[in-house]
Design a protein around this ligand. Structure first.
Ligand SMILES: Cc1cc2nc3c(=O)[nH]c(=O)nc-3n(C[C@H](O)[C@H](O)[C@H](O)COP(=O)(O)OP(=O)(O)OC[C@H]3O[C@@H](n4cnc5c(N)ncnc54)[C@H](O)[C@@H]3O)c2cc1C
Length: 264
């Protein structure tokens, strides 16, 4: 790891100012992704700006939607009685991330900002049509995830919270890579009064929706409605873990399981 400066601001505007004024500076939240990257010298920032002392970024609040502060660790979302009652699929998703150490340090804001193609939260955020609240604006999930580790966040922008609308029903199913527990394929399905959303993680370079499944499930919210829908392998990932055609097959299998989970 190369030397770097360390800042621990206690106000969001100060953190945003540091981020824009110091070239090659990086925010650090739980550090679960960033610190290993520094150790492997895949990133060599001039400064780290620690978000842990910023007020109002941690915790879960109720209302017409559930709002989760960016610095809320995965374990807190998994254990939240509120999330378990209102969006049980989201609590279940958080409980499936990594291992206990990762879940107690890693944060929802860090996961969404990082946009790893195999991460779980992007599927929940896109599947539920959530809103990403930043230090500067609000961004709809449909416009936030742009591709491999790429998001709509601009320089100096800090995620402060994610706001999740409440679905009528939702479910998440993931086929894990056994060592890391990242998603080889994960599918989040959410039913709202005006239709169904289906979001897939792990299968391609970024999270994506599956309109044919959304239409079929909007007509008939049952696993049988999507059993015959095959995903095109074009653009899906082939790597040491799985070929694209295997991932395509898993999307249908996991989507059916997610609907089953939503139906309880
Ligand atoms: C062994 C292991 C297994 C894992 N398994 C899984 C898994 O199964 N599923 C899964 O989804 N994830 C998994 N992860 C990743 C884990 O969920 C991380 O916690 C997450 O990717 C990053 O969150 P963090 O809070 O640690 O962010 P950090 O590592 O601190 O930051 C990650 C990136 O996000 C940026 N960032 C952080 N917070 C903000 C913010 N509020 N606003 C803007 N930018 C921000 C940072 O600058 C950095 O670029 C695993 C990680 C490890 C080490």
């Amino acid at each position: 790891m190369k030397p770097f400066a360390y800042h621990q601001p206690d106000q969001i505007p100060d953190a945003a100012k540091l981020l824009t004024s110091i070239e090659d500076s990086k925010l650090v939240a739980g550090g679960m992704t960033l610190i290993p990257t520094l150790k492997q010298r895949l990133a060599n920032p001039a400064a780290l700006i620690d978000l842990s002392k910023l007020p109002g970024l941690k915790g879960i609040s109720d209302g017409a939607a559930i709002t989760i502060g960016a610095m809320t660790p995965h374990a807190e979302v998994a254990a939240s009685k509120l999330v378990q009652a209102k969006i049980p699929a989201l609590a279940a998703l958080a409980s499936m991330i990594g291992d206990p150490a990762v879940r107690s340090r890693g944060t929802i804001g860090g996961s969404v900002a990082n946009n790893d193609p195999a991460a779980d939260y992007p599927a929940g955020v896109l599947g539920l049509g959530a809103t990403i609240v930043t230090s500067a604006r609000e961004i709809l999930a449909d416009k936030f995830f742009l591709g491999l580790f790429e998001t709509a966040l601009q320089s100096g922008e800090i995620i402060t919270a994610i706001r999740f609308p409440l679905p009528l029903k939702a479910g998440y199913a993931k086929f894990k890579a056994p060592a890391s527990r990242y998603a080889l394929v994960g599918v989040f399905v959410a039913k709202f009064a005006d239709g169904v959303r289906v979001a897939v993680t792990g299968a391609g370079p970024g999270v994506f929706r599956v309109p044919p499944m959304e239409q079929a499930l909007s007509q008939n919210f049952d696993p049988s409605a999507i059993a015959a829908i095959k995903i095109d392998t074009d653009g899906l990932t082939s790597d040491i873990h799985a070929e694209a055609d295997y991932r395509a097959h898993l999307v249908t299998v996991m989507a059916k399981r997610a609907v089953d989970a939503a139906l309880g």
